[in-house]
Design a protein around this ligand. Sequence first.
Ligand code: HEC
Length: 140
Amino acid sequence: MTPFRIPFCFFLFFVTVASGCGGQREADGKIVDAPVKDYIRAIPGEDEDVPEEIIHRGEVLVAYTNCYECHRRDSRAKGPAFADIAKRYPRRQVYIDLLARKIISGGTGSWGYPVMLPHPQVSFEDAQAMATYVLSTDKH
Ligand code: HEC
């Protein structure tokens, strides 16, 4: 047993170091590429009319929740600009519901690597209003 152990540890060490370095370089490359590549892939679809009060309610809720810690209306911060989110998703019920669920559960991967923290305290109805407001920021 013992005679094999030391060489095997060295072997493992080299494999770990070698693959660790390779992975690092790849990850760095991706972080540099990700924001530019496919930043907005607009989903085709017509906007639906929504009542002005819901948009306004969403705007107020967004202002009183922590959204602006990571988002700006017209420019990227930690999270994508609300206007860019509005360019990607048509303002339709199905996308409003999808984004409302994402606001509550948080997540990553749609816009790159950063993570949106979950907002479990937000009700689904309020999250829908916020999503409706976000999807209206390229029209108002
Ligand atoms: C901790 C930072 C952070 C906070 C706070 C935050 N977001 Fe986000 N948000 C992000 C990030 C990062 C993304 C991109 C996630 C991704 O790539 O999937 C995102 C994505 C989104 C999206 C698009 C989701 C998608 O799948 O395209 C919406 C809509 C959104 N945020 C709304 C909100 C609202 C409304 C609030 C306030 C309740 C909020 N965010 C608070 C960081 C944050």
